[in-house]
Design a protein around this ligand. Structure first.
Ligand code: SF4
Length: 300
């Protein structure tokens, strides 16, 4: 694999903007970086237009640090708050329209395999709960049934935050929102169970409070999707605006929610476990009970 496309063409360095030079010289491309090194390298996502304190932004930032090959990763998203940050990152982003992100990712993933063969070109869908469980649900489920080899990450803020507070399929029963004043009458969708039934090789639920755990599940999900099959991560990324969570309480809320109804969970098929064991020493990276997961170093 060549890193030439994230380097300067001869003679052009002095004409490039400082941000670009910083990214080439101090970014994560071609290096093994970890969330424990945050602050010591230029991240692929630094500036964004999201609300102050939005937990979704922290999660996206951690996820992007965790990508095993950021220089060879393409993200796909759809309408929603998350794409405002994802599209600012220094990696290619494809904007799928209104829920077609898993269809777009299917074609992209297959095309990249045809074009580049065995070179790892990871495709990662990052979309909100509305885009994943409601508007894009059909394409999400079918991509899983087809075992498409890319990772789907749901940024689950349990509301349509981008459009002012409608309930989504992932909103909890009884929740009262600005545009759902009578309270939701139905249960939150069990997308984790659906992902397992539909054949995902790896499924995990996380909150952003534990950076090393986020890093661990993202690396596993992307590596498994690269060669084994679909992987799914569901992340609690609260909307502090629509749920009126004070900015300085966002992490406290996430901790409470994790203890209450969003516990860390991890499901992995035997085939995926064998692949990780043989290629990456999977057992070493299994989180110990009560301890944060260690990061998986290296890449294929
Ligand atoms: S509306 Fe909610 S989810 Fe969207 S950026 Fe603001 S806090 Fe985050």
């Amino acid at each position: 694999m060549s890193l030439d496309y994230v380097k300067f063409s001869n003679g052009f360095e002095k004409f490039m903007p400082k941000e670009y030079r910083d990214m080439v010289e101090h970014g994560p491309f071609g290096k093994k970086v970890s969330v424990s090194q945050m602050g010591s390298f230029k991240e692929v996502l630094e500036e964004h237009p999201m609300c102050a304190g939005c937990a979704m932004t922290l999660f996206i930032r951690l996820a992007m640090i965790a990508f095993p090959n950021p220089e060879d990763t393409i993200t796909v998203g759809t309408a929603g708050c998350g794409r405002l940050a994802i599209s600012q990152a220094a990696i290619p982003f494809v904007y799928g329209n209104y829920g077609d992100q898993n269809g777009v990712a299917s074609g992209l993933s297959r095309g990249l395999r045809l074009r580049f063969g065995d070179k790892p070109k990871d495709v990662v869908v990052m979309a909100g709960d509305g885009g994943t469980a409601d508007i894009g649900f059909q394409q999400v489920l079918h991509s899983w049934f087809r075992r498409e080899r890319f990772t789907t990450i749901m940024l689950d803020n349990e509301v349509y935050g981008n459009t002012g507070g409608q309930e989504s399929g992932m909103t909890n029963r009884g929740a009262v929102l600005k545009m759902a004043p009578l309270g939701k009458k139905f249960e939150k969708m069990d997308m984790v169970q659906m992902a397992k039934v539909a054949g995902c090789a790896y499924v995990a639920t996380v909150v952003p409070n534990n950076p090393r755990r986020v890093e661990s599940v993202i690396k596993k999900a992307v590596l498994i999707a690269r060669e084994v099959g679909s992987s799914y991560i569901q992340a609690y990324t609260s909307c502090n605006i629509e749920y009126a969570i004070p900015t300085d309480k966002v992490m406290e809320d996430a901790k409470t929610v994790e203890n209450d109804r969003y516990a860390f969970s991890e499901y992995i098929t035997d085939e995926a476990k064998q692949y990780l064991t043989e290629r990456y020493g999977y057992k070493e990276y299994l989180p110990k009970p009560g301890a944060p997961a260690a990061a998986i170093p290296g890449k294929a």
